[in-house]
Write a protein that binds this ligand. Structure first.
Ligand code: PGA
Length: 256
């Protein structure tokens, strides 16, 4: 399976910024052949990503979605709107949204169902809120998985991405310990095999303070299928460096 390296820009980069960012990025990742890349701009910027990325092999998507397809939901954006913009991925249940908007497991499940209904790939974010050890991390993640994926009907999804992102490692100065991440990826994979929806392909990716110092250990790790990057990827040269990292090597490879 090809690994996946993607970034959410969160609430950064205007459409004009996105144009310069992607013009800078594209030549730097032209030779990436063994993994899939994506970017998730904010809603108003998706069209600019589509203009720049069409035909490039780099996918684009969104950071959130409303569960309903249309209706009186002021300020919200629906899955058909995202599908119409050519989005391949839609992130759901990021820790920042769970915390700031009190998103419940049921709300996340309805969003995942909407993404699947419109034949896009949900990136379902799970992870414990505080660094309290593996027992509590396992129970938090298992609860989030069983709630968040509860509305996936059998056979409804062909692809799924689970982003393991402990909230305490997001936006901080240090990523989670690699052994912890590997063991949580095993927990997620075990749950998917036992109780998860039937899917053709699941990627389990790690996010939380990924940068060029630590990216190769996550990319190389057994049981992990890629990276989900925040701040470090706001620099296109840095994102390109992560995208170009050679598997099986622990050294950062300069690009450009
Ligand atoms: P960060 O964000 O890389 O800036 O820690 C990661 C994320 O929220 O996915």
């Amino acid at each position: 399976m090809r690994s996946l390296v993607g970034s959410s820009w969160k609430m950064n980069l205007t459409s004009s910024d996105a144009r310069s960012y992607l013009a800078r990025l594209l030549p730097l990742v032209r030779e990436v052949a063994d993994r899939d890349l994506f970017v998730l701009p904010s809603f108003p910027v998706i069209w600019a990503a589509r203009e720049a990325l069409r035909g490039s092999g780099i996918a684009w998507g969104a950071q959130d979605v409303h569960a309903k397809d249309s209706g009186p939901h002021t300020g919200d954006v629906s899955a058909p709107m995202l599908a119409d913009l050519g989005c391949r991925y839609v992130e759901v249940g990021h820790a920042e949204r769970r915390i700031a908007y009190h998103e419940t497991g049921a709300a996340i499940a309805a969003k995942v169902a909407a993404v699947l209904r419109w034949e896009m790939v949900p990136i379902v974010c799970v992870g414990e809120r505080t660094n309290v050890g593996s027992t509590r991390a396992v129970s938090a993640v298992l609860r989030q998985l069983s709630q968040g994926l509860s509305a996936c009907r059998a056979g409804s999804s062909r692809r799924l991405v689970i982003a393991y992102e402990p909230a305490w490692a997001i936006g901080g100065s240090q990523a989670a310990d690699i052994d912890h991440v590997i063991s949580m990826a095993g927990v997620i994979r075990g749950w998917l095999a036992r109780s998860g929806p039937s899917v053709d392909e699941v990627h389990i990716v790690y996010g939380g303070s990924v940068d060029h110092h630590n990216a190769s250990e996550f990319l190389d790790a057994e049981g992990l299928d890629g990276l989900f990057v925040g701040r470090a990827a706001l620099d296109p040269v840095e994102f390109a460096a992560l995208a170009n990292l050679r598997l099986g090597r622990s050294r950062f490879r300069e690009v450009g």
